[in-house]
Design a protein around this ligand. Structure first.
Ligand SMILES: Nc1ncnc2c1ncn2[C@@H]1O[C@H](COP(=O)(O)OP(=O)(O)OP(=O)(O)O)[C@@H](O)[C@H]1O
Ligand SMILES: Nc1ncnc2c1ncn2[C@@H]1O[C@H](COP(=O)(O)OP(=O)(O)OP(=O)(O)O)[C@@H](O)[C@H]1O
Ligand SMILES: [Mg+2]
Ligand SMILES: [Mg+2]
Lengths: 161, 166, 161, 166
């Protein structure tokens, strides 16, 4: 039992470090087991050092750094054993524009193997999607959905900016 | 396996008509103004994969998931959501190439599940989902505002996520 | 005691309704006392109906609608009795682009009387500021600050878009 | 009364040098990449207005507010933040046109407050702040991620905010 766990853990941990460095340039991160001996005696620690900082614990990461680290963990698990679909609801809300773009590029790559449905308000994310759906409420209190063309929406966003 | 479409009738802000969101593999974004109904789609999917707590779908009781009417439209009697999965890879232990799983709830909070039209128990539905690694509280669904949760959770809970996978 | 409270409450409640309708077009909102008799027997309820919807309780508002409603409350209090300064840290993270712009316009107006310091990642907010400060970490782990020109940053953001 | 400048030395990511953020009336935005140190400025201001709980400034102990060093810079011994307020409108019950309030903490968690350079007790500082309606947990400081708090809080607590004002 602990052998199977350790094999899974090591694969995911190595994915995690790789993906984190891709999304967060200059940064390094690792997953560590709390206890050396039996892994089930303790938990798993996330040790992320964005921009090569000397961060004490994951708690002292900034809002955006936490989101990037969490996304790296999700993608690391997905690379090891993908779920049939992923739904990410405004996971980019605390990201600066370049982190939105890097995350969107990563999702695009991961989406070659698995279905990603991402709810977003950020132009850097929607402009990299293969398909777009618009939700609106032109009648009070009633939602409706319509397929959108990526180029059209992106042009509109730029015109707004 | 992936989601081919999500169909909603009487679910939250999606009114009394039957509305369908066609999906495909790859990267799809859902966009729209604040309050237009985007996160209600996430709730609809959480509903079908078997979440029990209304709070986790932003309601106080399960009957809060039912469309509660507008000036021009009356309330719905029940909410029904169905998800059609593409099963060409045989991930689900079912013959058919398409598997439709649906769930309904009425104003008394009574619900039912159906698999390809036939009534099924919740445990049967959860069992089918488990073949492809879908769980009601799986890490593959991240609700609005929850992303930092993976970092703020305690180390033992985090180990639990990896154990679930192995 | 309850007279003073009621006078304050009524002024703030009327500001709140006015400001909410300015930021959230077609929407209406009110502050209500839980108990009709003695206000100290109960609390204050926020009844917001964005886009004229039939929303049951504030709990069923969307992420962005909650932020807009909360900001309207802060501005309503500020109009009645301004604090010397306000610090708002990424309060626009869940807002769509037009709500960011309407909120920024409101802050600009309120800032004629009071100091507003707003931390943001959104272009619609920073482009309306009178002054901008950039924080960066070009040396690993060390923050530094520099005054920026609004026009320059906005041009850069647009070029990125 | 408004903030004319915030000066930090040895506070969180702001290193051992003394760094000053000049501010003026009106609308100022603070921008920059994730993790660059924006919210640390909010924490610095919360520190001076008298917050006691380290957790509300994203630390476990008060000594976590002290710069903990990088590859090239050593740790700081103490963190000092001072805010210079413009007092031309006489909001503070102090003669001077400028009032500087500062707070320091050392690695043992021992702290001190100063008003225009003279040592002062925390209760004296809180008393001065109360003349202009500044409180350690005032509704005029909204930390990252907290905006929805005003809507999610219970009705009685919300009444408390209005009571504080009247
Ligand atoms: N049972 C229901 N019947 C009708 N409308 C409902 C019901 N439950 C919730 N709603 C409405 O759905 C709206 C919220 O939708 P949702 O949270 O999906 O918005 P959103 O598009 O995600 O917005 P945001 O961008 O702000 O997150 C609310 O305004 C609420 O009034
Ligand atoms: N005592 C300390 N000494 C040195 N650095 C610290 C200290 N405490 C926190 N930090 C660093 O400050 C950084 C976080 O800064 P902050 O939260 O202000 O970022 P931010 O600009 O608000 O980012 P975001 O846009 O993601 O919210 C962290 O990376 C953390 O390592
Ligand atoms: Mg939403
Ligand atoms: Mg921040």
């Amino acid at each position: 039992k602990s052998e199977v766990f350790l094999k899974t853990f090591n694969e995911i941990a190595s994915n995690f470090s790789e993906i984190f460095s891709e999304i967060s340039p200059d940064g390094t991160a690792q997953l560590l087991l709390e206890t050396e001996g039996n892994p089930f005696d303790g938990g798993i620690i996330v040790d992320a050092k964005p921009l090569g900082k000397n961060v004490k614990t994951a708690v002292s990461l900034s809002g955006g750094e936490k989101a990037i680290t969490a996304l790296s963990l999700i993608f690391a698990i997905q690379r090891y054993k993908p779920s049939p679909f992923y739904i990410l609801d405004e996971v980019d809300a605390n990201l600066d524009d370049s982190n939105v773009e890097r995350t969107a590029d990563m999702i695009k790559r991961q989406a070659e193997k698995t279905q990603f449905i991402v709810i977003t308000l950020r132009e850097g994310m929607m402009s990299r999607a293969e398909r777009l759906f618009g939700v609106s409420m032109y009648k009070k209190g009633l939602s409706s959905m319509v397929a959108l063309e990526v180029e059209k929406v992106v042009k509109q966003e730029e015109a707004l900016a | 396996v992936f989601i081919e479409k999500v169909t909603m009738k009487g679910f939250k802000s999606y009114g009394n008509k039957t509305l369908t969101l066609p999906l495909s593999k790859g990267f799809t974004c859902i966009v729209g103004p604040n309050g237009s109904g985007k996160s209600n789609i996430t709730d609809a999917i959480c509903f079908v994969v078997g979440r029990i707590s209304a709070k986790s779908m932003r309601g106080e009781r399960l009957s809060d998931l039912i469309f509660n009417g507008t000036e021009d439209e009356k309330k719905a009697e029940e909410a029904i959501v169905s998800i059609t999965f593409n099963n060409e890879d045989g991930g689900f232990p079912i013959e058919e190439k398409k598997v439709t799983i649906s769930r309904a709830v009425n104003s008394k909070g009574e619900g039912e599940y159906r698999v390809n039209g036939k009534r099924a128990t919740r445990s049967y539905v959860l069992d089918i989902f488990s073949y492809v690694g879908i769980r009601p509280d799986g890490h593959n669904i991240v609700m609005q505002g929850d992303i930092a949760h993976f970092i703020n959770m305690n180390p033992v809970d985090r180990r639990g996520i990896i154990e679930e996978i192995s």
